[in-house]
Design a protein around this ligand. Structure first.
Ligand code: AMP
Length: 496
């Protein structure tokens, strides 16, 4: 089904063609006709499915067709950001006619870029506003007048309160990644903003998940909406090869380093940690090992984040370590690997993360590190996926006990890698899944290096004696009793 069957106008078809898009994605096929009709829409789709174009293209078309300014000789679309220090352009102020609210700066910048690309032949103007940077250039762009505003809720409300602009001309409102905006505590900001928008409008809401809070919000903001849904895990399931290592928290750094050193296919890796400090620690360690790495998270300045992203996109940096929020919506082609250094608490987040690779029909790989304290998270993920993730073996030796762990959660140190047992027991026999230990396998006897707690004490005795002593002392210290025999939780779930 080619794009033109969606009744898109020529300036948009030209832009889409220049991007190399041949056929619309599922969410585009489903959503574009309804949005063109002016219907409210509730879309369940994650980033990576092409949902930005699913709302941007019909919005551009609707505004273009009803714009008094549009004419064949209309000037090209404005730049997304006002150049610093540039004098304000003369000319009438235009009302903001479409508002897109999205949770993060990165996502806002990417949506702005999509409007620039798709709208380049329409003459429509847009700008992007978000926090963490000076507001001057943003207010100048708003003063010059834009048709479309892409914004994060905090800065949007801030500038509204300063009366920099008004929203009484908004005809189309988009809430993008609504679930994430709620997670981030933006609900009150959203309601305050929406209260300043005319009730007679078209509202589109997109969310990767549809918990009851999102449905409740949709009920209050949308009028008789059409619901469209694209399966959350389908892009991941088809094009991303998933695998898993069971590994102690404090052995993760060594395993990660080893994979990056030994796997030549690991050309562009996005690594997820749970915390900002964890991201910094991992980036620091890899940099020390001469692996070009940068980290992005909320504590970094906007400039530093954009620089790191640009380096990663340009292939100057091989590894980008990110927190979930900073990476949300990250749109980088050809990410060869997503590595979950820590498994996320929410199963949906896992699907989001691995959806950063294997895009647009390319193959991608997702490797996860699961430590003892993350086993329940793994159960939930596998339950959502409806299948088990194949287990790979590694031979990173567990270092002796130390009060300090090198993991991201400060969880209890050390665990008997039951995954090893699982891999041996079932990994090779499960539905033709790969047996563990074939890829990225650590060399026998390799030791965690650098800041490993392994440096803290040198064990004595034979390897078997050392191992026995190690687990005996650990169980005693942590008062775990029969830890090894602990009944796995949720055995009934996820087919386990
Ligand atoms: P999104 O879900 O909007 O973040 O889009 C994910 C990626 O898919 C972006 O890199 C888009 O440029 C790309 N994309 C969007 N629509 C299409 C399409 N119809 N064909 C090929 N790639 C697309």
């Amino acid at each position: 089904m080619p794009f033109k069957t969606l009744r898109l106008i020529e300036p948009l078809l030209r832009a889409v063609q220049a991007q190399g898009y041949e056929i619309p994605t599922d969410i585009q096929k489903l959503a574009i006709p309804y949005v063109l009709e002016g219907k409210d829409l509730l879309g369940c789709a994650q980033t990576g499915t092409g949902k930005t174009a699913a709302f941007a293209l019909p919005i551009l078309q609707r505004l273009h067709e009803s714009s008094p300014a549009h004419a064949p000789s209309a000037p090209p679309a404005a730049t997304t950001h006002a150049p610093r220090g540039q004098a304000q352009a003369s000319g009438p102020r235009r009302p903001i006619r479409a508002l897109i609210m999205t949770p993060t700066r990165e996502l806002a910048a990417q949506i702005g870029e999509s409007f620039r690309v798709y709208g380049q032949h329409t003459g429509l103007k847009h700008t992007v506003i978000f926090g963490g940077v000076k507001q001057g250039p943003q207010t100048q762009a708003l003063h010059r007048g834009v048709d479309i505003l892409v914004a994060t809720p905090g800065r949007l409300l801030d500038l509204l309160n300063q009366r920099v602009f008004v929203l009484n001309g908004v005809e189309i409102l988009v809430l993008d990644e609504a679930d994430r905006m709620l997670d981030m505590g933006f609900i009150h900001d959203i309601r305050r903003v929406v209260s300043q928008i005319p009730t007679k409008r078209q509202t589109l809401m997109f969310s990767a998940t549809m918990p009851k809070e999102i449905r409740a919000l949709a009920n209050t903001l949308l009028h008789d909406p059409v619901s469209v849904k694209v399966e959350a895990d389908s892009p991941a399931a088809d094009t991303v090869e998933q695998s898993l290592y069971f590994v102690e928290m404090h052995s993760k750094p060594a395993l990660l380093e080893q994979l990056l050193m030994q796997d030549g296919q690991l050309t562009r890796a996005l690594i997820f940690t749970r915390t900002k400090h964890g991201a910094d620690r991992v980036a620091r360690r890899l940099s020390q090992a001469d692996i070009s790495t940068e980290a992005i998270h909320a504590n970094k300045s906007q400039n530093a984040r954009q620089r790191a992203l640009a380096n990663f996109k340009a292939g100057k940096t091989r590894v980008l370590v990110a927190s979930d929020i900073a990476a949300r919506g990250l749109d980088v082609d050809d990410i060869s690997h997503v590595i979950n250094y820590d498994l996320p608490h929410e199963a949906e987040t896992y699907v989001h993360r691995i959806g950063r690779t294997g895009r647009a029909g390319h193959q991608g790989k997702a490797i996860s590190f699961c430590s003892e304290e993350q086993r329940d998270d793994l159960h939930e993920i596998e339950r959502l996926l409806g299948k088990r993730i194949p287990v790979l073996q590694h031979s990173i030796k567990a270092p002796p006990p130390s009060p300090k762990t090198d993991g991201d959660q400060g969880g209890r140190p050390g665990f008997q890698p039951r995954g090893g047992q699982r891999g041996q027991r079932g990994g090779g026999q499960r539905g033709g899944q790969r047996t563990g230990g074939q890829r990225g396998q650590a060399s026998p006897g390799s030791q965690p290096a650098g800041d490993q707690p392994a440096q803290a004490a040198q064990p004595t005795g034979s390897p078997e004696q050392q191992k026995d002593e190690f687990w005996r002392s650990r169980r005693k210290r942590l008062d775990l009793g029969g830890w090894g025999q602990k009944k796995p939780r949720n055995r009934g779930r996820g087919g386990r």
